[in-house]
Design a binder for this molecule. Structure first.
Ligand SMILES: [Zn+2]
Length: 113
C-alpha cells in the first residue's frame, strides 16, 4: 500500500479517537478522558500530518469538514461514504492502493479493502 494512504488512514483513526475523547456523549457515559491522553493523540496527529504532502492534507481537511472524515474504505466495491457502487472494471483492477484515488461521486479519498 502507498505510504501516504497508510498515513491518511492512521490520521483518520486518530481524528476519530479525538472526536470520541472530546465529545460530551463520551463524558456522559462516565469515561474520564485524561487531558494528557488527548495531548498525546494530538502530538501523534501533528507528527503524521507533517509527513503527508501538503496538498493531500489540505484536501483531507476539506473533506473532513464536509463529511466528518477525509478517507473512506471501499468495501465490496462500494464507497462507504456515499454508497456508490464502483464498476466491475474499476473494482477488479490489480493496482489498487498504489496511489491516492478519489471517489468519482463524492470526492472522498478512498482505499480498497
Ligand atoms: Zn463516494
Amino acid at each position: 500500500m502507498d505510504e501516504v494512504i497508510e498515513k491518511l488512514i492512521a490520521l483518520s483513526d486518530i481524528d476519530a479517537m479525538l472526536k470520541d475523547a472530546e465529545s460530551d456523549e463520551y463524558r456522559n457515559l462516565g469515561f474520564q478522558t485524561k487531558q494528557e491522553c488527548i495531548d498525546k493523540l494530538k502530538k501523534m496527529r501533528d507528527e503524521i500530518a507533517s509527513s503527508i504532502p501538503r496538498q493531500v492534507l489540505k484536501r483531507y481537511e476539506k473533506l473532513k469538514k464536509k463529511y466528518g472524515r477525509g478517507i473512506a474504505p471501499v468495501v465490496n466495491s462500494v464507497c462507504t461514504n456515499c454508497f456508490m457502487q464502483f464498476p466491475t472494471e474499476v473494482a477488479s483492477k490489480t493496482d489498487k492502493n498504489q496511489k491516492i484515488e478519489f471517489c468519482p461521486n463524492c470526492g472522498i479519498i478512498i482505499y480498497w479493502t
